[in-house]
Design a protein around this ligand. Structure first.
Ligand code: AMP
Ligand code: MN
Ligand code: MN
Length: 327
């Protein structure tokens, strides 16, 4: 594991020490549990401390995350209002992923706080805190809230618990550290309800989802050597809400012996969204980076131009190359 940076930089603590103006908690495209949990948890805590807070991003809160306290406050923007005194971005390695909203929200005096655990973070903030050893950005935000002496209400705790829960794959992935579990335990002590979070995330499927899931999973393919499994979905294979709710890429990875699991989703606009997952043996963020994407060693993504067949061939080629280099 990379050496850890010191906890909560003093610069960042100073910026958030006391209410000093309006704050935008800004999301990126396809917001996930870690990002929304971090933004909502931090924003609710700052709001309680007297900061005027706004929550916004280029995409809406996906259905499975609408149980998060404060999620109804989250606005979908095509252009940013502003400038804000402070903009906080969480779990977002590259400002491009805010869809232009970061630039729009900033004036010459705006302070940008960048809190993240991605190794490819571009350090685009005026204050940056990047801890690649953190299981989730939510784990860092909890540390920040504690350092600032802010109140961790049950609503804040639920958001941060969900952030750690989702980024560790429900405490199953290799980032499930002692600190992740301690943070989760403390958040439960402060009012997060693990059973309720799990029910909302995994036991709230619409009727009909299982039949569609079964149908799609029949299309999972496995390489002859058994090391790579993938699911390539043509545009329109399933409703967008279904694709957002189901962690489809986890199924190819779940096969014994598979080292890299891949999901390729063709979009109507001729692009293919690719998700890559590994089990610690191949760094899939390096593969995603070859296609202009990024992420973590075991969870990465990219978007590839071209047909589903061409994208599948290119990505599989890169994955096999990475496996061969490892051998
Ligand atoms: P996903 O497969 O979309 O769930 O993403 C897995 C991880 O890869 C997350 O940490 C994302 O932030 C990152 N990621 C996904 N797509 C991209 C992209 N196009 N560019 C950079 N990072 C990405
Ligand atoms: Mn994320
Ligand atoms: Mn994360």
């Amino acid at each position: 594991m990379a050496e850890r940076e010191p906890a909560v930089p003093a610069e960042l603590q100073a910026l958030l020490a006391r209410p000093a103006g309006d704050v935008l908690l800004l999301g990126h495209v396809n917001p996930d549990g870690d990002q929304l949990g971090s933004l909502l948890g931090l924003g609710l805590a700052l709001g309680q401390a007297g900061w005027p807070v706004t929550f916004a991003g280029p995409d809406p809160v996906p259905e499975p995350l609408r149980f998060l306290p404060g999620s109804t406050l989250f606005q979908q923007w095509t252009t940013a209002s502003g400038p804000f005194h402070l903009v906080v971005v969480c779990d977002c390695p590259d400002p491009v992923r805010t869809g232009g909203l970061l630039e729009g929200a900033c004036g010459p005096a705006t302070q940008v706080v960048n809190i993240d655990h991605h190794p490819d973070n571009k350090r685009y903030g005026t204050a940056n805190w990047v801890d690649v050893g953190a299981s989730a950005t939510g784990e860092m935000v909890y540390e920040l809230i504690e350092a600032l002496g802010l109140k961790v209400s049950p609503e804040v705790a639920t958001n941060l618990f969900t952030a750690v829960h989702t980024d560790t794959g429900s405490f199953r992935y290799s980032n499930t550290s002692v600190k992740a579990l301690r943070t989760a335990a403390e958040l439960v002590a402060r009012g997060a309800d693990p059973a309720r979070v799990a029910t909302q995330l995994y036991e709230a499927r619409p009727v009909g989802s299982l039949a569609l899931l079964g149908q799609l999973l029949q299309q999972v393919q496995v390489s002859a050597d058994g090391r790579v499994a993938w699911l390539a979905l043509p545009a329109g294979s399933a409703p967008e809400a279904f694709l957002e709710a189901e962690d489809l890429v986890s199924y190819p990875r779940s096969i014994r012996g598979v080292k890299v699991g891949i999901l390729l989703k063709a979009k109507a606009d001729g692009r293919v969204k690719v998700s890559l997952r590994a089990k610690g043996e191949v760094a899939v963020n390096a593969i995603a980076a070859r296609f202009g994407g990024g992420g973590h060693a075991n969870a990465a993504g990219c978007t590839v131009q071209g047909s589903l067949e061409a994208a599948t061939a290119r990505v599989l080629g890169a994955v096999f190359e990475a496996l061969e280099q490892r051998d």
